[in-house]
Design a protein around this ligand. Sequence first.
Ligand SMILES: [Zn+2]
Length: 281
Amino acid sequence: MLLSDKYPFLTNYFNNMFNTEPLRAPQSIIFWGSDFESQFILSREIARLLNCTGDKSDGCTCINCNWIRDNAHPAVQIISRVDNKPSEDESKTVISIKQANEIKSSLMTSSDFYRVFIFCDRDDDGNICGLNQQNFQEETANALLKVIEEPSARVMFIFLARYREDLLQTIISRSQCFYVPSFERPSTDYSIIESVFTEYYNIKRKDAFNTADGIVNLAKNHPPVEVLSAMQNYMFELLKSNPDNTRFIKDIATVEKAKRQIQLNMNIQNVIENMCLDIIH
Ligand SMILES: [Zn+2]
């Protein structure tokens, strides 16, 4: 499926923007949502449209388009805690200030290309993931503010995140933000949590820690966020058959908060215990 079929609004929007003279492209863009792969492909498409020397079509085979599709273009860089590290940079968990400084000094020299920096994270398998305040910390973001803000010719920064709020306000306020919807149908399955969580509304407060231990154990065999999603699916089912019981809406939100805390690498046992104390009364 072509990207222009999947995201007609966004691709038309950027196509129109890049076809105006003089070119008035934003210097900083945030893509947010749960579909990181699409966010990344959109970012790469933007880099391609900005650098294409052919007809800008989906199938253009000019050297810039080919390079960009192969992730090999010198002016289109992925910046993450594992990509494009300076050689003496030992940091492994964050985009470092050294990386920010390297970008800044690279911008001191001119380039024939439109330079695009795609900021993101990667999981252990190398898949593209979102930024958050853990992997893209304030001091690094601050080191970049000046170059993001100062209009220098033909440079664009793109930031990928699950939630817009995962980025610092200083970055958000300097960027155009676009929500990228996911077309994957979310699972509604909750079988993995049935053994410990069924009828959780009947669990006594004194048993909240036992329930938390049960959930933590499940999270050793499944991705923790998947376990929490299964709990939310179960709560959705309860809500459908008890539409007047707003408790379930509140509980779904509480579990969502726990998910975000886990994504920020907070201690899973603590996060799940606190969540259970909130939802088991
Ligand atoms: Zn081209």
